[in-house]
Design a protein around this ligand. Structure first.
Ligand code: GLP
Length: 244
């Protein structure tokens, strides 16, 4: 596991964009794994800039998102599909039919989750999976206690995650209780993991996930077991590393 500490959020976003640009230069038909949430928005902004400047093209890419709220339609402003369209897909040259975000309205979720995993496999697997960190240590929506070999499935959200994500909704009552998320086992099959974390409020969880032995109590700690994982932190998120 490689840990890079950046001065601030902008630097973190540039560093993440460099990693993706490097991949797409070598492999224009690369398969990208995207996360929702606030953390990757700066990375998305930078990718849009580089696409507009002709530095990078997504024409041949496929992308897979980590998660979606069960019960929200793609047109719902709180859905991750809507979020991805607004913050990235509608501004870059990616073919929309090559962008995959789990379907929160699938009628047979078990069959749908198997189908989603099959799409990833048939695309050749994910080359770079971008991850954010939940304040309880989750990656995607794999809440604490999720098995390290879990697959794409429906998961119930912890109260803490509902409260954290209430800021995107009118109230905590409106946050769906259930989500569909890639499993930890699914995520670990990506060729490279890129975990992005910023802000002082996540410093303690960063320390737990990177400096204690991997355990299901802190789902993101699993990335210590990945053969090619890079963690990019801003100075605040890294502030407790190496301290007692
Ligand atoms: C969200 C998402 C995750 C995200 C994480 C952190 O709930 N499901 O994919 O990485 O929690 O979110 P944020 O970046 O907004 O802090």
């Amino acid at each position: 596991m490689k840990v890079t500490v950046c001065g601030d959020y902008d630097e973190l976003s540039l560093s993440a964009a460099d990693t993706i640009e490097d991949l797409l230069r070598k492999k224009p038909a690369g398969v990208l794994g995207f996360a929702g949430g606030s953390t990757p928005v700066g990375l998305f902004r930078e990718l849009i800039k580089r696409n507009e400047a002709g530095r990078v093209s997504f024409k041949k890419c496929k992308s897979f998102n980590l998660d979606e709220y069960v019960g929200l339609s793609p047109g719902n402003k709180q859905s991750y599909r809507y979020f991805m369209e607004k913050n990235l897909f509608s501004h870059i040259d990616i073919d929309k039919s090559n962008t995959f975000v789990p379907d929160g309205l699938a009628s047979d979720m078990d069959a749908y989750c198997r189908w989603y995993e099959r799409q990833i496999r048939e695309a050749g697997g994910i080359d770079i999976q971008v991850l954010g960190l939940g304040s309880n240590g989750h990656i995607a929506f794999n809440e604490p206690g999720s098995a390290f070999d879990s697959r794409t499935r429906v998961q119930k959200l912890d109260d803490r995650t509902i409260n954290d994500n209430a800021r995107f909704f009118d109230s905590a009552d409106e946050v769906p209780e259930f989500v569909v998320t890639m499993g930890i086992g699914t995520i670990m099959e990506a060729k490279k993991l890129l975990l992005l974390v910023n802000g002082p409020q996540k410093a303690l969880m960063v320390k737990k996930c990177l400096e204690t032995p991997p355990s299901e109590k802190y789902p993101a700690s699993v990335i210590q077991n990945h053969p090619d994982a890079t963690v990019i932190l801003d100075r605040d998120a890294a502030s407790l590393l190496g301290k007692k």
